[in-house]
Ligand binder design. Structure first.
Ligand SMILES: [Mg+2]
Length: 188
């Protein structure tokens, strides 16, 4: 359970949420069209700047949400927590991303676009207590600054370890944690 230092006020916490392969199954769309191994991230098989191309943007728009993600985040929002979507997508994907979140029932929240490797700095300055992140580099950095990192399991992050990193294979596992935070606050 997170300590009180991560709470923004009565029952409030700032929660950072990565998008690609944390709530949106972009990997599944990539695998439909390209031969990539999921062992190294980002995929060396995709050219730099791929997600700024029409093809890349179309792929982002087509990605399916990971099952249960919207429900868990809605539950956090209902309990008064602030959801902030923090992504390394190119800014050109802003409209696609906003529309995708709304279309798939994700709670409202700011969308922050950062170059890869900067989430740790942002999270520290913004006081984020909990972060959902699949990227090994980002998760390792975040683990030093936020109270807890929840990391959806993919082949490329299986070796990432940290005292405050918790891996999960399905968003259904996270529901219990959400309930735990709200009941935890009540007994503080
Ligand atoms: Mg990601």
């Amino acid at each position: 359970m997170l300590s009180r230092k991560w709470m923004e006020g009565p029952g409030r916490m700032r929660i950072g949420v990565d998008i690609c392969n944390t709530i949106a199954n972009v990997n599944a769309e990539i695998l439909k069209c390209y031969h990539v191994s999921l062992d190294v991230y980002p995929f060396p098989e995709l050219p730099a700047g791929f997600f700024s191309t029409t093809e890349g943007l179309t792929l982002l728009a087509r990605a399916k949400p990971l099952a249960g993600a919207a429900e868990v985040l809605k539950n956090y929002a209902l309990h008064g927590h602030e959801i902030i979507y923090i992504t390394s997508r190119p800014v050109i994907a802003a409209n696609i991303t906003r529309e995708w979140l709304a279309a798939h029932g994700f709670p409202r929240g700011s969308i922050v676009f950062l170059p890869r490797g900067y989430k740790k700095v942002f999270a520290a300055h913004y006081g984020i207590g909990l972060f959902f992140e699949d990227d090994p580099v980002e998760a390792t950095g975040l683990h030093e600054t936020v109270g807890q990192v929840y990391m959806p399991a993919w082949p490329y992050n299986r070796n990432v370890k940290g005292r405050y990193i918790q891996m999960f294979t399905s968003w259904k596992e996270v529901v219990n944690h959400a309930d735990c935070f709200s009941s935890g606050y009540m007994v503080l």
